[in-house]
Design a protein around this ligand. Structure first.
Ligand SMILES: O=C[C@H](O)[C@H](O)COP(=O)(O)O
Ligand SMILES: C=C(OP(=O)(O)O)C(=O)O
Length: 457
């Protein structure tokens, strides 16, 4: 081994043992839900050794910047928009797909910013959303469940479904490529407000939501011409956008391998914003322990069984210093429950003085099986859950801080309803998700217009 290589390995070992000292390996001894069924732990270790030394997907200063911006959402001075695939896949990690999703997110952000005059913090479910928690260990065919491309393959074949740790390296490579490409496009004018029209794809342009969007785009053109005509200099903010990356921190081996030390703090650098799902948020469990030791802003999904005391305990564990922007509670209660369950939770957390970003995920509590056997969600229920979430916050005087949705820039037929009036019979026409049904671009835009109205109201 040459000197330089030995030095770098030594440096890595020293910083890694500092992370262990900070408790970043305690999760290994704690109860853990949704553990990937790795057949050979030593193969996992080998992969993690490799991932422990690669350049990370994001940088610590960006993570700090996002946390500071989220602090504004805590105070009602900004709104967070999180969106993207339910499950990213290696095969769909293409330029076309990433740009389509990003355009849809940007369109929604424009509608929200313009319609509600509020700064929008944009966060993609991308560059790492490669794991899925599952309700059952096996699927309808009796095969081990598909757990996301980072763990096993979706093909209904017993061999393909064996958990393979080498997939973590592929997930890392795909995440790095996605992040790299998005940074290049966003830095190169893709998100320039002078280009708002180009985000409106043909199949959306002809829809009612697309036409409403075009009207906003024309207004923005006029405002930009006005700025120019007055001789005012255009700010750089009109030409670029920061898109943060996020995913569920489910495969703790992957998260641990991409955690680094910076200014004596541990940063999970697999993405900017990491969240813990409804199925893995046990207070004394491995997942919460792990993320409680990171400097990142952290989200936790809170479902319909969440009690006010559960929420308080999450605040105490994940944000003991009560740093604004550090903790986001993402309610996903279902439209029938949100009005009853969320209020007491918000009331108790707010009364205790905890600073939290309240985000609404109107997707995961509203899933059902269609008459022809597809996992789907109805647009009306999605909208109703968002309405319920706004009602609760309006009543309590707290801030509705963000929206978290599964969406795609593709013209899919996975969720029912919306202006296209998608029905059960239409679902097979373009049902492409690897896991849960996503809003298509038209439905996403329709939702953005409705949320802009709710924000204004
Ligand atoms: O996206 C969320 C979960 O992974 C998903 O809803 C679980 O789906 P399942 O109930 O089909 O396992
Ligand atoms: C699994 C997810 O959500 P939840 O944990 O709320 O079910 C998700 O957002 O992908």
């Amino acid at each position: 081994m040459g000197h330089q290589l030995r030095d770098s390995v030594d440096l890595h070992r020293r910083s890694d043992s500092r992370l262990t000292d900070l408790g970043l390996d305690r999760w290994r001894d704690l109860p853990r839900a949704q553990t990937p069924p790795w057949p050979d732990p030593s193969a996992v270790d080998e992969v993690c050794d490799v991932l422990g030394q690669v350049p990370t997907i994001v940088a610590p200063y960006e993570v700090d910047q996002l946390r500071d911006r989220l602090a504004l959402a805590c105070e009602g001075q900004a709104f967070v928009l999180v969106g993207g695939d339910c499950a990213e896949t290696f095969v769909d990690n293409t330029e076309h797909h990433l740009l389509a999703n990003a355009r849809t997110l940007l369109q929604m952000a424009v509608v929200l910013t313009y319609g509600a005059s509020v700064p929008v913090i944009k966060v993609g479910r991308f560059a790492g959303q490669y794991t899925k928690p599952r309700s059952a260990a096996t699927d309808a065919l009796g095969l081990p469940s598909y757990r996301g491309d980072m763990i096993n393959a979706i093909e209904p074949d017993p061999q393909a479904r064996v958990a393979d740790p080498r997939r973590m390296v592929r997930a890392y490579a795909n995440a790095a490529a996605a992040m790299n490409m998005m940074r290049a496009y966003l830095g190169g004018g893709m998100a320039d407000l002078h280009a708002v029209h180009t985000w409106n794809k043909d199949f959306v342009r002809i829809s009612a939501a697309g036409e409403r969007y075009e009207a906003i785009a024309r207004e923005i053109d006029r405002a930009l011409s006005f700025i120019r005509a007055c001789g005012m200099t255009e700010d750089e903010a009109l030409r670029t956008v920061t898109l943060y990356s996020s995913h569920e921190a489910l495969a703790l081996e992957y998260e641990r391998a991409l955690t680094r030390l910076s200014n004596s703090q541990a940063y999970g650098l697999s993405g900017h914003f990491l969240w813990i799902g409804e199925r893995t948020r046990q207070l004394d469990g491995a997942h919460l322990d792990y993320v409680s030791r990171l400097a990142n802003p952290i989200g936790v999904k809170i479902g319909p069984t969440t009690s006010p005391d559960d929420a308080l305990a999450l605040c105490a564990k994940l944000n003991p210093d009560n740093v604004p922007g550090k903790l986001t509670l993402i309610s996903r209660m279902g439209n029938h429950k949100v009005r009853d369950v969320l209020g007491p939770v918000v009331e108790k957390v707010t009364t205790a003085g905890h600073k939290v970003v309240w985000q609404c995920d109107p997707m995961h509590g509203n899933t059902h099986e269609s008459s022809n056997g597809y996992k789907t969600r109805h647009f009306d229920r999605v909208v109703d859950e968002v309405l319920g979430y706004f009602e609760v916050h309006r009543q309590l005087g707290s801030h509705p801080g963000g929206l978290h949705v599964e969406l795609t820039g593709e013209d899919v037929t996975e969720c029912l309803g919306g202006a296209q009036a998608i029905e059960d019979v239409n679902l097979p026409e373009k049902y492409e998700t690897a896991c849960d049904p996503r809003l298509n671009t038209q439905q996403s835009l329709e939702l953005a217009f409705l949320v802009a109205e709710m924000l204004r109201g």
